[in-house]
Design a protein around this ligand. Sequence first.
Ligand code: G3P
Length: 215
Amino acid sequence: MEIFIDTADIEEIRDAAAMGVIDGVTTNPSLVAKTGRPFKDVLVDICEVVDGPISAEVVATDYDGIVTEARSLAAMHENIVVKVPLIAEGLKAVRTLTNEGIRTNVTLCFSVTQGLLAAKAGATYISPFIGRVDDISGSGMEVVEQLVTVYRNYGLGTKVLAASIRHPLHVVQASMIGADVATIPHKVIHQLLKHPLTDIGLERFLADAKKIPNG
Ligand code: G3P
């Protein structure tokens, strides 16, 4: 499974990239707004740090607007993948963009039927939001599982990108199901890394190392 980082914070991206654990980046307007910086400046910085797919979201909701914004984002860098909302106008735009060779990440997916249509429209990635379904007492992971099965059944090439991940168990479950990608917040990447026995073991080794006589 590929690991993307779900953030627009360049320091978080640098930290994860330095560990060598990320294959790409996803952003959304809320994450970019948190940085307090202009969208395109943020994207330029990210493209310098990560050599992999970088999702940048359009804010237009009509076909012409989405296509125009998408072309301009895609022209910024070869690694930009355009994030498009899962609405009818979005799917029309995805078909056009796919025909032009522009990669897309269809976002705000909450059902397998939505995801099936996104794949038919030619989406490069589909982003089922896990945490937001869990938040309303549903099972976000069930949608990921259904998408993986349906795409596999019919050889659809769209990659399942598990999004809205809130904790390490989401990552474990997504990987067991066979999601192609998980996009993970910086905090959760560090949670994946931590184990109390590693910390205790290291502490003991370092204490014992001090007892070794100098040779
Ligand atoms: O970028 C999409 C996404 O991962 C959203 O996550 O935590 O805002 O539901 P969240």
